[in-house]
Design a protein around this ligand. Structure first.
Ligand SMILES: *Cc1c(COP(=O)(O)O)cnc(C)c1O
Length: 453
């Protein structure tokens, strides 16, 4: 024991020579160990810790600092594509492809047939065209980037017409008017919040019009006395005046989700066949791949986007391109997609299976929470998340942890914090004075049980 029960701090040298001090040097290096011991000594002088605790305090501080900041968690929020928790989980073939691309050189911009220069978009171009019916397609950093690039390449210095019912904000930093301004196109708003008619668009199209734009109202729905122009009619109307239609689909699914018991969502193929000249959509929402954004559509327009200087600033790296190619290839076998693509697998999970898992986890959770806590199996409503199908929810099951009678709401907050403090943090939601854990995204119960020991 260093320093015994005295309050006089030990010397740094003394601690460094002790077994825990030597261990700290071996694991974290001399410089970091000395700094951590000095910081612990300061805390002894301040009366915050005992002199005997210097070595272990220093070691704990070094271990805490060595923890990664970006850590895996268990998402029990019930939101499958949770933006703050990293959206889609990658499929195994995508993970292997990404790891392969990370470990060594790859044919990122290299043509094996000719031995000459290749194009990075060629790794996904043909697949995207095959899966969407588009003539051409490119990939960039995310859908926000796809929009900025498409607007800058096709409408800078000119006007883009959008319905007032579609001027969306997706999270604080993505507001459509701001995106348009940064791309250098003038926003021309038409119609009203709840009703926009064909004549509104027709009246706004003029010599300065570069694009008519349709935006998926991803995270809200306007209901009641409403009117909007159907995508097919909007395309015809724009084409009659020689103006292309850009359709920002947001999530952009590639398959008919109703086949998997999920609510209907327009596919990228629908948008193309309805006449959109350019469609933009995300890689890490319903598509289930890495973060990416796509510009798909008419060959001449996609080529203008590909040649714009911003493309270079927004392009994808080899790791994500490898994961993306592998993810898109899974779509060639749509019958197996509900097994192979984690996003779809989680969304399509039968509620009975989730309920059975909840039944088995209630008792261990109640025991872990402590004296007086109740763990009840409850019905939940999972959300798809990331602005896909905002109103529709998917029936699910989970566990509500209710504090002992007479305790305040602070007890629930404290329990939530305790779960977040596990080696693999467990993230739930607090509602109606209880901590709710929706188990839709927990495929292996032992992953949760391991955090309760
Ligand atoms: C999510 C979304 C975006 C932004 O996509 P990111 O991939 O997050 O950049 C843009 N438009 C719509 C309609 C969306 O739903």
């Amino acid at each position: 024991m260093l320093g015994g029960m005295t309050t006089r701090p030990p010397s740094v040298d003394h601690v460094l020579r002790s077994p825990p001090g030597a261990a700290a040097v071996a694991r974290f290096g001399h410089t970091a160990a000395v700094a951590a011991i000095r910081a612990a000594v300061v805390r002894v002088r301040a009366g915050e810790i005992a002199a005997a605790a210097v070595a272990e305090t220093a070691l704990a501080a070094l271990e805490a600092a060595a923890q990664p900041s970006l850590r895996p968690v268990l998402n029990l929020t019930g939101t499958v594509l949770h933006t703050n928790l990293g959206r889609a989980l990658l499929a195994e073939p995508a993970i292997s492809a990404a790891v392969g691309a990370m470990r060594g050189p790859a044919t990122l911009e290299f043509d094996l047939a000719t031995g000459g220069r290749g194009e990075r978009d060629d790794h996904v171009r043909a697949l995207l065209c095959e899966l969407t019916g588009a003539e051409d397609a490119i990939a960039v950093n995310n859908n926000a980037a796809a929009l900025v690039l498409a607007l800058a390449a096709l409408a800078a210095g000119r006007e883009t017409i959008v319905s007032r019912g579609e001027l969306i904000e997706i999270g604080g930093s993505f507001r459509l008017p701001a995106i348009m301004e940064s791309a250098g196109t003038r926003l021309v708003e038409v119609g009203t919040t709840n009703r926009t008619h064909a004549r509104d668009y027709e009246g706004a199209i003029g010599p300065a019009t570069a694009l008519v734009m349709k935006v998926h109202t991803s995270n809200y729905r306007i209901e009641g006395f409403t009117a909007e122009v159907a995508p097919r009619d909007l395309a015809a109307l724009a084409h009659a005046r020689g103006v292309p239609l850009l359709d920002d689909l947001g999530s952009g699914t590639l398959i008919d989700l109703t086949r998997h018991g999920l609510p209907r969502e327009r596919t990228v193929g629908d948008a193309i066949s309805d006449g959109a000249d350019i469609v933009t959509f995300s890689g890490d929402k319903l598509l289930g791949g890495p973060q990416a954004g796509f510009i798909a559509g008419r060959r001449d327009l996609v080529a203008r986007c590909a040649k714009h200087p911003l493309k270079r600033a927004l392009r994808l790296d080899k790791i994500r391109l490898a994961a993306l190619e592998a993810t898109l290839k899974l779509y060639r076998n749509p019958d197996r997609l509900a097994e192979t693509l984690p996003t779809l697998r989680l969304l399509a999970r039968p509620v009975a299976e989730i309920q059975a898992m909840a039944d088995g986890l209630a008792a261990p959770l109640a025991a872990w929470a402590g004296e007086g806590w109740a763990a009840e199996v409850i019905d939940c409503q999972s959300q798809i998340g990331s602005g896909a199908l905002p109103v529709e929810t998917i029936p699910s099951a989970g566990i509500a942890l209710t504090p002992p009678a007479g305790t305040s709401g602070a007890a629930v907050e404290a329990l939530a914090a305790r779960l977040r403090g596990r080696v693999v943090p467990v993230i739930g939601t607090i509602r109606h004075g209880a901590l709710r854990l929706d188990l839709r995204c927990l495929e292996d119960p032992s992953a949760l049980l391991a955090q309760l020991t």
